[in-house]
Design a binder for this molecule. Structure first.
Ligand SMILES: *Cc1c(COP(=O)(O)O)cnc(C)c1O
Length: 430
């Protein structure tokens, strides 16, 4: 969408324009499916779905349903009914497959994100004396950094030597794809794995996963992505891109509740390999799990990486939330997300225009293909005061020391009018 023509509008006219967008938005009804947090009886402008997505109104009933099954059936809940707990993960596979662009058997909800990262590494990090290095991005989310650092040590490698971190160029925030590709190429002889976030939590940059995967594979290197900030946010085609594995969490854009169940993707090409895995009984061939025999026989597909009895309450919420994604359609959501984020970019540039200089620096890419719902704003002077002003006005984003505000208009529950309001508050402060 081109917002240039809006520059001539007065604040009031812009408000009217935003309201019109909301009225004609084909996804407008979905906002009412969520509880919007309130303060003093007024809904907050919640732009923090990258941290914790809002609660679907169906979540409570979904948990209640399983509590009632537990109440009435006890242990038989595992086996009874069409949606027995034993096969409950299947209720999420179809929808998850659409979210990440995979076949249902390539995905499975399980565990928590960082746990899954270690599990995937146990299988996909296959160092040899010559090829043992791992390439990642510098300054990735701390949990990923700690997981990689300690996993390398656990395998007997010195992270300082075995880990290659690609940074943005001096004075830049975005990592150029060409720099990632060059680094993969230059280190190809020693690389076992490329493992990084698919969408940078700080800058909001979406990496060109398809191109990165193709380059790594052409050089015999496996590729895994952490999609914590990408799943439910941007278009993903993990199967077609040939990505070897991926992990994500469900409590950010996927709105499945604090600490909700994580998910993994394992490409079909690995389903019948004998790669090592750290196993548990829940990954064991379902038909024979309760024979309790010796010798691990995995279930087919990503489900064969499960370890433990799943948390049914968490899965129930996840399932209820994924049903909303099914209904809205991931491509429709993406379209609205681009429009909303584009409008947010416009209102910020408008503030800069009025200020006469770049008071707010956007470090998120301008190209919609390279970003999701999130914009990261750097404010060198008075950033914290500006953030506090937003909060005062009921706008919830998040603040990162020393100078960064992240704002995330989520297409399921945010509106153009809310974006307009952000612009209005920013404008009134500057
Ligand atoms: C949110 C996030 C995490 C959090 O990991 P948990 O194990 O769910 O606590 C990890 N990595 C990235 C990239 C994230 O964005």
């Amino acid at each position: 969408m081109n917002y240039e023509t809006l520059h001539s509008l007065s604040p009031q006219e812009l408000h009217t324009w935003a309201l019109q967008q909301d009225q004609t938005d084909p996804l407008r009804a979905f906002r009412d499916r969520f509880f919007i947090p309130e303060r003093e009886g007024k809904p907050l402008t919640y732009f923090c779905g990258n941290s914790l997505g809002l609660q679907p109104k169906t979540a409570r009933a979904a948990i209640d349903k399983e509590l009632i099954t537990w109440q009435n059936h006890g242990v038989e809940g595992w086996f009874e009914g069409e949606e027995s707990w034993l096969s409950y993960h299947r209720c999420c596979q179809q929808s998850l497959a659409k979210v990440v662009g995979a076949f249902p058997e390539e995905v499975c909800p399980m565990n928590h994100l960082t746990v899954n990262l270690h599990l995937m590494w146990a299988s996909f990090y296959q160092p040899t004396p010559k090829r043992y290095k791992v390439l990642t991005i510098a300054g990735d989310f701390p949990s990923d950094q700690y997981a990689i650092e300690t996993h390398l040590k656990f395998r007997g490698y010195d992270p300082a030597e075995a880990l290659i971190e690609v940074s943005p160029r001096v004075g830049e925030y975005i990592i150029r794809t060409e720099d990632l590709l060059t680094s993969i190429e230059q280190n190809a002889d020693e690389l076992a794995l490329v493992c990084m976030s698919g969408l940078n939590y700080y800058t909001g940059q979406v990496y060109d996963m398809k191109t990165i995967a193709a380059k790594a594979h052409s050089l015999g290197i496996l590729v895994g992505f952490d999609l914590a900030h990408a799943a439910g946010n941007v278009s993903l085609q993990l199967h077609d891109w040939g990505v070897d594995f991926a992990v994500w969490c469900s409590y950010k854009y996927l709105n499945s509740g604090p600490g909700g169940v994580s998910g993994v993707f394992v490409h079909e090409k690995h389903h019948h390999s004998n790669m090592i895995r750290l196993a548990g009984w829940w990954g064991y061939d379902e038909a024979r799990r309760f024979e309790m025999t010796k010798g691990f026989v995995p279930m087919n597909g990503a489900a064969g990486w499960q370890l433990s009895t799943p948390n049914i309450m968490a899965l129930a919420v996840h399932r209820a939330s994924l049903a909303i994604f099914d209904e809205a359609g991931i491509e429709n959501l993406r379209q609205k997300s681009e429009a909303l984020t584009g409008f947010l970019e416009f209102v910020i540039q408008r503030v800069n225009l009025r200020a006469g200089y770049e008071k707010i620096r956007l470090i998120t890419p301008i190209d919609p293909v390279q970003r999701g719902s999130q914009l990261s704003l750097l404010i060198d002077e008075g950033g914290k005061q500006l953030f506090d002003k937003l909060v005062e006005n009921g706008i919830i984003g998040d603040w990162r020391e020393p100078n960064c505000i992240r704002l995330t208009p989520a297409p399921l529950y945010n509106t153009f009018e809310e974006v307009w309001k952000v612009g209005n508050v920013l404008g009134s402060v500057l």
